[in-house]
Design a protein around this ligand. Sequence first.
Ligand code: XMP
Length: 518
Amino acid sequence: LVLILDYGSQYTHLITRRIRSLSVFSLCISGTSSLKSITDLNPKVVILSGGPHSVHTPDSPSFPAGFVEWAEANGVFVLGVCYGLQLIVQRLGGEVRVGEKQEYGRSEIEVAINSGLFGSKKVGDKQVVWMSHGDEVAKLPDGSRPWRGASRDRWLQLKVRLGGSMGCNTTRSAGWSMENVLDEEIKVIKSTVGTEDHVICALSGGVDSTVAATLVHKAIGDRLHCIFVDNGLLRYKEKERVMETFERDLHLPVTCVDATDQFLSELKGVVDPEKKRKIIGKEFISIFDAFAHDLEQKLGRKPSYLVQGTLYPDVIESCPPPGSGRTHSHTIKSHHNVGGLPKDMKLKLIEPLKLLFKGMSVLIIDLSIFSRRIKVRQLGRILDVPQGFLKRHPFPGPGLAVRVLGDVTTGNALDVLRQVDEIFIQSIKDAGLYDEIWQAFAVFLPVRSVGVQGDQRTHSHVVALRAVTSQDGMTADWYYFEHKFLDDVSRKICNSVRGVNRVVLDITSKPPSTIEWE
Ligand code: XMP
């Protein structure tokens, strides 16, 4: 095991991922973890990540007392990167000082090829790296020697007293695979929940919560109780489709609650997108609360745990680093996440994907939602979640409420939108384009336009089609359909959806637009 102690750098998970990609099992835990939690994991290598702190700041995070002694006594290799390096140097009696110049951006370093750090791997003697540091090592601790030098004699990396090669051959742990991790995860869930407690889970119909629930179900069977809420904002036949997957394919115990009236009556007359989202979040919580209460009556005991399909990128999105520009995603997550449950429910969280992914090298520094889909799919495949389900495009928590612009309860807007969306998506599937498009959907516009249908003047609805390619949902480009495809779809929509006489295509990228229209 390679253990990464996280001090908050933005690339900590890139390290974890890189190591995993070498088929070496790696885990990432807080840099301030106790000595026991570190030693219990019995790592062969510990990497101290970088971070935004300075060792000179009072209360800056650090490894626990006794860590270095334990590493030395057990022949554990320790690698410090940036802040991690400075921490080791300071703790071992070297000197870290505020650099005369801060160094940000591209820099070239010289690499001592036979240093041992890279094992037998061939690397050029010069490497371009991206620097981001203010402090620097002025004096090495006694008994240490430099391995690599940077321009201007700055020590970049250093092996402190702990001897030996860190080449990955020594750490390649045999047989690490997704299956092993899953087995491990199931064991952890079993021992966490024990033999008596009950667990609840809100299924959204999305891949993450489905895979999380399936994993927990494998671990504790029908002591898992899932709820799926039809909020009246779902796509065409969505409820039937997802319930079929839950029940027929995955044998998940799911209670389906029809809360259409409750949601739509609260949304009546509301046009502000953020207000819509808040209302939807609140209604979800009240339904969930009632579900837990009913369960308590039935079982004679309160459910103790709540499963969430949180992935590591969600965690990052919920607390974006300053200046990352990810405040928008922060907003996204706060609305549909059932984490905001009433306090008196006192549920403990089980987040199997978060645990799994947090320590997994598959995690990605750019937090790509695209990659995340791939990895959850991989998990899903092992758990027998049907392929078609795993490949579904993302669907926002507030559902069609953010695709009917303005008041969602106006006329038959939701109904019209469902039909248009279904035709569009089905046409995309028929044309074999579904997998190359990141997300596609229709939008109902709160305007009418004049048309002529069957020799009659009409004053009907306008719908927009949106299809994007993206890596992570943070930026996106509109998808270039063939004209013939668009022509067919537009014709099909106007011919079969009553009340629509105009179809427009959204040809804006993100930025300046967002993917959703609200
Ligand atoms: P935007 O519109 O912000 O969307 O470019 C980026 C991705 O996030 C999805 N999205 C949401 N997902 N709750 C969600 O669960 C939301 O409130 C929400 N708003 C947008 C959107 O579908 C796209 O995949």
